[in-house]
Design a protein around this ligand. Structure first.
Ligand code: NAD
Length: 382
């Protein structure tokens, strides 16, 4: 069996799917590993390190695509090169099957078996494969570091002979995986932190990190969706959150927003008026930008200055921490591979709950019902 590791081709992507240190258990099973030259360089892994770990390095990307039986990736290979894939190969990665299923069409037609790391079910057995949580952890940390760098103030309280400097006030919206990591990082830097989430369960976790949890009376509605995620709220319930957010943002130096509802555009929680009420020099970092953003003024991927407020909307923060983002991702991928590779051979049991949940397409047809629906031809109207 041949496993291929590509140099990621998406603009700005610096991560790699597997690092040299990941290869030992694969090579021990008799799997041959072929790596595209330069694949790991941004993540601190040289071609030599892959060779030392037992892999072969090639500059011939088309040969790698055409030869690999298993292709762990960070992002899906571009549509134009998917017809190089070996028929029957298995591709695993952040394939964005619900955002851009058409971008997988050629791979499906080869046919390749596609597994999406976004669709791995959030059950305890799959925790070690939870790449969304791994990347959210990295993004939450980096969001605070970026905001601190852009803030024209210090984070910690300082008592000096020249006077006392008060601590920065940080407001985190959405206390899931990324939000909790942002809270922990901001606290470590000495900021005073407040946080808001619609899930009441998040309150205890926020308080355990030394931050203040802001409660909103949402009239007793259910805010929990499945799997620990939030449910999509009504406009009326969202409005109650928006009022609290606007009031809190006005006295915050940094606002980091991470609120998301799986499979839906990010909830719009910050109105232009709330940004205008923020003090000049303050920083608003919208981590939900890839899903459209939590702020109505967000332009994904674009930095703006709005009346002196810096509005940042990064699209791929984990790629700004490539070494550890790759390390965590590679461990998630290795754990996933253990489900589909037994004694060096591919063994796909699609009745396994994790594989069934993560499988996008198999034998030329979509497996995931939501992907199938997105790809179904729309009936002609008369
Ligand atoms: P996410 O990225 O989908 O959302 C981020 C946060 O935004 C969530 O905490 C959500 O409640 C919040 N949010 C959504 N709408 C909001 C709104 N209108 N206002 C304010 N906040 C809003 O979620 P995530 O961070 O990936 O995970 C959320 C939770 O899922 C975690 O905190 C954890 O409890 C659970 N989880 C479970 C597993 C598992 O294996 N069982 C794994 C990871 C996470």
């Amino acid at each position: 069996m041949l496993l291929g590791i590509l140099k990621e081709s998406a603009p700005g992507e610096t991560r790699v799917a597997l690092l040299p240190e990941s290869l030992k258990p694969l090579i021990a099973q008799g799997i041959s590993v072929i790596v595209q030259s330069g694949a790991g360089i941004c993540a601190g892994a040289s071609d030599k390190a892959y060779v030392d770990a037992g892999a072969t390095v090639t500059a011939d990307r088309a040969r790698l695509l055409g030869g690999a039986d298993v292709l762990p990736v960070v992002n899906a290979p571009e549509l134009a090169e998917q017809n190089h894939l070996k028929a029957g190969c298995v591709v695993i990665g952040f394939l964005r099957p619900l955002d851009a299923p058409q971008a997988l069409a050629e791979a499906m037609a080869r046919p390749a078996t596609l597994f999406s790391m976004e669709l791995v079910p959030r059950i305890s057995r799959a925790q070690t494969m939870d790449a969304l949580s791994s990347m959210a952890t990295v993004a939450g940390y980096k969001a605070v570091i970026l905001a601190a760098d852009r803030l024209p103030r210090l984070f910690p309280m300082l008592m000096t002979a020249a006077g006392t400097i008060p601590p920065a006030r940080v407001f985190v919206i959405g206390a899931g995986v990324a939000g909790l990591q942002a809270i922990a990082t901001a606290r470590r830097l000495g900021a005073v932190v407040e946080a808001y989430d619609v899930r009441a369960a998040a309150g205890e976790q926020v308080r355990s990190l030394g931050a203040k949890f802001l409660d909103v009376d949402l009239g007793g509605i259910s805010t929990e969706g499945g799997g620990g995620y939030a449910a999509e709220l009504t406009e009326e319930a969202l409005d109650r959150g928006r009022d609290l957010i606007a009031r809190t943002a006005a006295h915050s130096d940094v606002v980091i927003t991470t609120a998301q509802v799986p499979g839906r555009p990010a909830p719009r929680l910050i109105r232009p008026g709330a940004v205008e009420s923020m003090r000049p020099g303050s920083v608003l970092l919208d981590l939900a930008a890839p899903a459209g953003g939590n702020c109505e003024l967000t332009k994904p991927g674009i930095e703006q200055n709005i009346g002196g407020v810096t509005l940042l909307a990064p699209l791929n923060l984990p790629a700004q921490v490539p070494v550890h983002a790759s390390q965590l991702y590679a461990r998630n991928i290795l754990n996933f591979l253990a489900l589909i590779v037994k004694k060096g051979e591919l063994s796909l049991d699609l009745s396994d709950e994790i594989l069934a949940g993560a499988c996008v397409a198999h034998n030329g047809a979509p497996v995931n019902p939501r992907v199938a629906k997105l790809l179904a031809p729309t009936p002609l109207s008369d």
